[in-house]
Unconditional design. Structure first.
Length: 229
């Protein structure tokens, strides 16, 4: 009885050790699997760090790149946590998907007292500072966050910032991509990765097609707004 039980345990252990990790299973399907992480857990909890390294092939900051964390007051920035995550990603060869630069649920309270012109300038300064610091060091940027409302339907049309028309927000997205995403260093990394990895080449092609489609839709929307004005 005991011998049979021991044999069963050994067989189960062999099966578990032979099983794919989540990242290995994802790679076979040409995708990555990521996790939202905190720098403190990576540094202070070995089991957390080991699981992250074994099971996941991409990371995203849980909160350390949110505006109210990284830019808590008009004149101060806190890059400590974000820098640690970027450093971890670079040393371990793990792509880091950077947090959204502007999200209505993570804005600091000091923005509420700004005039329309001051808000526009604050947005420009924040995006230029954060995106400029990490341009070429992160794999991608999250642009639209939680676009689907909890109760169903699209949430994006209901998101507004005082004194900032939605058309200006859409134009700012285009300026962000033109200024930061298509820098030579980033373009070279994309070309390099696609040359050596068939799955990555397919994924990048799909992403590029989708980006061009969305950009085309935005252009059509803008032309329609002008025609109806």
């Amino acid at each position: 009885m005991f011998r049979n039980f021991a044999a069963l345990l050994m067989s189960a252990a062999a099966l578990l050790s032979a099983a794919d990790s989540l990242s290995e299973a994802a790679a076979k399907r040409g995708i990555r699997i990521g996790a939202a992480v905190q720098s403190g857990y990576i540094a202070g909890e070995p089991a957390y760090a080991a699981t992250l390294s074994r099971e996941y092939s991409m990371i995203e900051p849980e909160y350390e790149m949110l505006w109210n964390t990284i830019h808590p007051s008009p004149a101060s920035y806190n890059f400590s946590g974000a820098d640690k995550l970027v450093d971890y990603a670079g040393k371990n060869g793990v792509p880091l998907r950077a947090d959204h630069l502007v999200w209505h649920s993570s804005l600091p309270s000091w923005l509420n007292s700004l005039t329309s012109d001051q808000l526009k300038q604050a947005l420009r300064d924040h995006i230029m500072t954060v995106a400029g610091r990490y341009a070429g060091k992160v794999y991608s940027w999250e642009v639209v966050n939680e676009a689907v409302a909890d109760g169903g339907g699209h949430q994006l049309p209901h998101i507004e910032y005082p004194g900032l028309p939605r058309e200006e927000m859409m134009a700012a997205v285009n300026r962000f991509y033109d200024s930061y995403y298509f820098r030579p260093r980033v373009v070279w990394r994309i070309v390099r990765d696609s040359l050596w990895d068939a799955h990555e080449r397919k994924r990048l092609y799909t992403e590029a097609v989708e980006y061009l489609r969305v950009r085309s839709e935005r252009s059509k929307y803008a032309r329609k707004k002008v025609a109806n004005a």
